[in-house]
Design a protein around this ligand. Structure first.
Ligand code: HEC
Ligand code: HEC
Ligand code: HEC
Ligand code: HEC
Ligand code: HEC
Ligand code: HEC
Ligand code: HEC
Ligand code: HEC
Ligand code: HEC
Ligand code: HEC
Ligand code: HEC
Ligand code: HEC
Length: 263
């Protein structure tokens, strides 16, 4: 720190005694070690957040310097060739990436970011197109404000919606809904209380009926996808005499209600 401070003094002194900025800019061969004398901010930025660019020297990108040089600002395409990756074919790289901290991107500050996301996450675009919903109409950054699923990097369901009952927590939502195709309600084995927000009457009826079905979860008979119904025969076959089943083809003609069996 002390050394940098001294160098700065030297530079400030140089500015003071010369007429123009360019006169202060160095002549002759510049090395990476020189840059810090005048560009402390850029050096600090790269040190702290340069990611892979930190491994490079300043002069790998800034080959020349004013006033003598003109090849000062590199094109990204010099090293990131569009033929390697669809992403590198995008326009205006600097609009999203600062080369000195290339991965610090505030998504919420960008317009129309979806095409850029889809260069790498094409599957999400396909999923949204195949299952149109109100979410398909939104840009990715209406929910994702940074790259990842850490705390604060994205909005969760309860930031924008209420659950179907007061006791639902956010981890429940994704047991039934997928964020990018939310209308396709699918689930594995889940507790019946998650159905109760909308089918409270049936949850109560089944619990109170005190038959062997009462011990079962809704999702054991209504498997995988909302609105599917497993026929009685899939589990019981035809337990009575063939003649009887022929005469009364529907089990519920006698057993009345799977949620409140009559025996
Ligand atoms: C003695 C001070 C000094 C040193 C050392 C120095 N620069 Fe500069 N640099 C300047 C000044 C002054 C400017 C502003 C010139 C201008 O605006 O045209 C500048 C401008 C730049 C620019 C911006 C050019 C533009 O067109 O916007 C870049 C990039 C740059 N320097 C990179 C470097 C790198 C890389 C090094 C180390 C290899 C370095 N500089 C070393 C003083 C210095
Ligand atoms: C991966 C390539 C790359 C590396 C490495 C790099 N720069 Fe840059 N730098 C750029 C680009 C590209 C710009 C132009 C940014 C813009 O226009 O938004 C730039 C701009 C600058 C500027 C002009 C001021 C500004 O922020 O626009 C300075 C000064 C500068 N760089 C200094 C440095 C120094 C010092 C280092 C080393 C510590 C360095 N750069 C390392 C690519 C790089
Ligand atoms: C002189 C070569 C060079 C230039 C110019 C350059 N890069 Fe890079 N960049 C690299 C290398 C090398 C890597 C690390 C390997 C890789 O990911 O390809 C890298 C990695 C990156 C990364 C990923 C960082 C990480 O840690 O994963 C981003 C983002 C990036 N570059 C953006 C840019 C942008 C935007 C520009 C133009 C403003 C640019 N680069 C210009 C060489 C360069
Ligand atoms: C609309 C915004 C946007 C534009 C424009 C954009 N990028 Fe990116 N880029 C991103 C985002 C978002 C990521 C993912 C962020 C991350 O990896 O943390 C990314 C990631 C990268 C990576 C890291 C790749 C990896 O595999 O880890 C590189 C390299 C890169 N971009 C280079 C570029 C270059 C070069 C351009 C211009 C041709 C460009 N980007 C244009 C938003 C953009
Ligand atoms: C240059 C390629 C690239 C771009 C552009 C890009 N991503 Fe990624 N993204 C990746 C990679 C690689 C991963 C890590 C591997 C994985 O989990 O798929 C990742 C991971 C993620 C994750 C976290 C996954 C997890 O399990 O932690 C989210 C969320 C994400 N990206 C969203 C986005 C959004 C939103 C955009 C646009 C703003 C975007 N990405 C742009 C390449 C990219
Ligand atoms: C309506 C909000 C919303 C929108 C719009 C949205 N996402 Fe997501 N996304 C989420 C949520 C919430 C999660 C985390 C799900 C979890 O907790 O498992 C997520 C997870 C992800 C993941 C990591 C997990 C996985 O499924 O691979 C990626 C990658 C991702 N989103 C990319 C995108 C991209 C790309 C877009 C735009 C095309 C987008 N998202 C649009 C809400 C959204
Ligand atoms: C950034 C806000 C936001 C987040 C986060 C979000 N949504 Fe949405 N969602 C909306 C908006 C806006 C609509 C359309 C209006 C409405 O129905 O409220 C919508 C609609 C829906 C719909 C109805 C879809 C349709 O086309 O009718 C479902 C289901 C849904 N969201 C579930 C979820 C789930 C589950 C999550 C978490 C994985 C989630 N949402 C996260 C904003 C969000
Ligand atoms: C047990 C499965 C299940 C769980 C858990 C679940 N949902 Fe739903 N959700 C559904 C079903 C089924 C529908 C469709 C109802 C219809 O067709 O009217 C739905 C519809 C929605 C809708 C569309 C509007 C509406 O209310 O009809 C939103 C928004 C929504 N859910 C958000 C959420 C959120 C937020 C959570 C977590 C707190 C959540 N869901 C948890 C099954 C579930
Ligand atoms: C967000 C509210 C909501 C949630 C949560 C919900 N449902 Fe539904 N469910 C509905 C609505 C609304 C209908 C009526 C749809 C129609 O008739 O168009 C329905 C209909 C049904 C049907 C009847 C299908 C038919 O063909 O008549 C079954 C079976 C069903 N739900 C089971 C479940 C199960 C099991 C759960 C829990 C895993 C559940 N539902 C969670 C709202 C919900
Ligand atoms: C997913 C499988 C499944 C489906 C579908 C199913 N059941 Fe059952 N049912 C069971 C199981 C498991 C038992 C308990 C058997 C045991 O303990 O011997 C049972 C028990 C019964 C009993 C005896 C109840 C008691 O308390 O002794 C009757 C009657 C019955 N089921 C009728 C039906 C009828 C009628 C349907 C269709 C409306 C049906 N079941 C659908 C699995 C199923
Ligand atoms: C033992 C299997 C079984 C269990 C457990 C079960 N159901 Fe059903 N359910 C059925 C069958 C079979 C039908 C179709 C009855 C018919 O065809 O008359 C049905 C019909 C329905 C219907 C549509 C008709 C109606 O009565 O409104 C809804 C909604 C429903 N079930 C919700 C639920 C919920 C919620 C639970 C958990 C509390 C549940 N079911 C538990 C077997 C079951
Ligand atoms: C004509 C009326 C009637 C019809 C139709 C009927 N059942 Fe039954 N079922 C009964 C009666 C009464 C009992 C109790 C006496 C007994 O065990 O035979 C019973 C008992 C049962 C039991 C319990 C057996 C045990 O061992 O405890 C099951 C399971 C069952 N039925 C399933 C079905 C299924 C599945 C269907 C449709 C394929 C069906 N029943 C159709 C009248 C009927």
């Amino acid at each position: 720190m002390k050394r940098i401070f001294c160098l700065c003094l030297v530079v400030i002194a140089a500015f003071c005694v010369t007429q123009t900025v360019y006169a202060a800019a160095p002549t002759g061969e510049l090395t990476d070690a020189d840059c810090v004398k005048c560009h402390i901010k850029e050096v600090k930025d790269i040190d702290a957040n340069g990611a892979a660019h930190k491994e490079m020297g300043c002069t790998d990108c800034h080959a020349e310097h004013a006033p003598t040089g003109t090849d000062i600002i590199p094109k990204c395409a010099l090293c990131h060739d569009a033929s390697d990756n669809k992403h590198f074919g995008l326009a205006n790289c600097n609009g999203c990436h600062n080369p000195h901290h290339p991965l610090n991107i505030d998504f919420s500050a960008l317009d129309n970011v979806k095409p850029a996301c889809l260069t790498c996450h094409a599957d999400k675009g396909e999923e949204m197109a195949a299952h149109p919903s109100a979410h398909s109409e939104q840009d990715c950054n209406s929910c994702h404000n940074a790259h990842g699923l850490g705390k604060g990097q994205f909005s969760n369901c309860l930031d924008c919606h209420d659950g179907h009952s007061a006791d639902m927590v956010v981890a429940d939502c994704t047991k039934c809904h997928k964020p990018h195709s939310p209308k396709e309600v699918t689930y594995g084995e889940i507790p019946s209380k998650l159905c109760a927000g909308c089918h409270g009457d049936i949850v109560t009826t089944l619990a109170n009926s005190k038959t062997k079905h009462s011990e079962m979860a809704c999702s054991e008979c209504h498997v995988d996808k909302h609105m599917t119904i497993t026929p009685c025969e899939d589990c019981h076959d035809q337990p009575h005499s063939p003649a009887m089943h022929k005469k009364y083809p529907k089990c519920v003609q006698c057993h009345v209600d799977p949620h409140a069996l009559v025996k």
